[in-house]
Ligand binder design. Sequence first.
Ligand SMILES: C[S@@+](CC[C@H](N)C(=O)[O-])C[C@H]1O[C@@H](n2cnc3c(N)ncnc32)[C@H](O)[C@@H]1O
Length: 248
Amino acid sequence: MTKSNDVIADYNGYDYKKIFWEDADRKYEDLADRMAIRKLLPKQMDKFVDIAGGYGRLADEYLPRAKAATLFDYSKTELAQAKELYGDKIHTKAGDIYDLPFPENSFDALMMVRATHHFKDMQAVSDQLYRILKPNGIAVIEVANKRTLPKMFRYWFKKSDINPFSRDVAHLKDLNSNGFYNYHPKYIEEIFKKSGFTIEKVLSVSNFRSARLKKLFGAKALSRMENVAQGALAPIRFAPSIYYRLKK
Ligand SMILES: C[S@@+](CC[C@H](N)C(=O)[O-])C[C@H]1O[C@@H](n2cnc3c(N)ncnc32)[C@H](O)[C@@H]1O
């Protein structure tokens, strides 16, 4: 059971790989994540951990850069899939993010992608990530942003009560029975700094996440625009995913 989260996003028994990635049109989002990771992750790492890494969707991005890589997740279903895909190339460890089963100063680098929307207490999560990194270690963290342009329009046209400009955590209950969390960039940046992290780099990611744009341009052309937009649009923090490169 989670310690400080009243929502457990339980992926046990859920085929995230097939249902979310393979059966849906998410090629562009996958490419956008990969582009950001290539820009932010250290080129060489001794010990690396992918936190809430699921079935290892992004493992082929970090395996060539890491001497030893661990995939950590709550779901044993996800971890078993990762083992099938990567065998001995990856270590797997099950557990809860609020109580990471690693000693202090364990890793040179870590990554956490598409997971913050499941976590209510991001200060506790950030403190845990800080604890397991070695001094000068690097954390690449993707954050689900509440201050996006579509969310602003929904708020201005009274389609949603969630104020994207307030720093409160947005709890999107309607998305499924458990809900999701979205964060204001300023709120999350304060949390990272409070843990002790220095923010080294920020990227704006999945800038063109729209069914209409995907249909119009296709994933490849969109991802070329995405590549430019990730750095150029970072200062305004309007994209659904904001990536941070943090240093301990
Ligand atoms: C949307 S998936 C993202 C997986 C992977 N990072 C990716 O981008 O493909 C979210 C993952 O978070 C994991 N998760 C959710 N709550 C967790 C918790 N409290 N502790 C550890 N992992 C958790 C789920 O099991 C799931 O694999």
